[in-house]
Design a protein around this ligand. Sequence first.
Ligand code: AMP
Ligand code: MG
Length: 418
Amino acid sequence: MTRDACGCDSHAPKGLLPVDEARRRIVDLVTPVTTRERVSIHEALGRILAEEVVSTIDVPPFPNSAMDGYAVRGEEVSGAGPHTLRVVGRSFAGAPFDGELGPGEAVRIMTGAPVPAGSDTVVMQERTRREGETVVIEGSHASGENVRHPGEDMSRGETVLEPGCELLPAHLGLLATIGLPEVWVWRRPRVAFFSTGDELKGVGEPLGPGEIHDSNRYTLFGMLRRLGVELVDMGVIPDERDAVRRAFAEAAACADVVITSGGVSVGEADFVKETLDELGEVEFWKVAVKPGKPLAVGRIGDAFFFGLPGNPVSVMATFYQFTRPALRQMMGAAPEPEILLQARSLDPIRHHPGRLEFQRGVLSRNEGGELVVRSTGLQGSHVLTSMARANCFIVIPAESGGIAAGEKVQVQPFAGLV
Ligand code: AMP
Ligand code: MG
């Protein structure tokens, strides 16, 4: 296929790579880490599982009661009640009844306690009346009710977690349930990141004329930290060819992934794309996305490279849409399903056909229970409050000519992204 200077095929609109195509190329480019680490259950939180976890026990391990009540023989309480049975003992969680239930007998039982031999049914306390040494069971009962069976949750030999699983609180509990103190997880990729720009000052520094604070390194820190990668913060690099070159080489030598912000378009102080060209390989660098048209993706040596645009909203939008999935792939995580919801837009949304746009919105339910989305207001790629006030992206297809108030739109909730 013939490719123009931006790495796009010549049929792409305006010489920009369509978003789907950019995503596909990233999937093809990136390779997952290959080394594993053994970690304790606590340390496993947020890590990606690098083995199949097979249960070595049945869960529950023994038949037990789902209710406080009386363990009985099912066939003795199936007819119309009341049924009077003799109470011959008790089975508590951790203190089972060690005899066997005979005809006409019942055992007082608590939730989680072993169901005694000879019984197969538990009648909940609310359907019973205690009268000294006997219990009166009201009504008729299905044989087997309120009994939890061995292996009902997990059975011995069953695969309970697959490699690629992101270990969340439920998974930690599951590992504990089956008595596994440690698991194999994939090594965390190391991500070096820096900002470029002569106008950038540190957070504590006063601003001179034409200067702004470097905020991208903080949003990037937040997004990367949440993802659970190892971070190497390389600070701010000035807009000088040699400084950018040195930073690239240093970052690529110590990290699996290099992420930069700024200096990636075609201005006279933009050295990122040309340095990538010189020291590595550019896979593509112009995507039909808004915000974030200049987005350079490629490799430097063994490291994958993401040159994000400089504008604060562009950094975040391109990170979530392109870099985050790539990092998850590197982390060995199974692909996430993309959650897009339909909502009614409460505001008109302007859009010119050409680029797929991620506007920022506030998703909620109206009084009728319908999902509705409001714009956060000004949508310039420099307006960071549009991200800070939002809880979703409003996804506007490239070909859309705009959206009227009251029309349905697709939204991508931040929950799950952040
Ligand atoms: P650039 O892509 O370098 O041309 O930057 C585009 C816009 O983003 C300019 O207005 C920059 O001042 C701004 N910008 C670049 N880097 C940062 C940063 N680290 N923090 C905040 N704004 C930035
Ligand atoms: Mg710049």
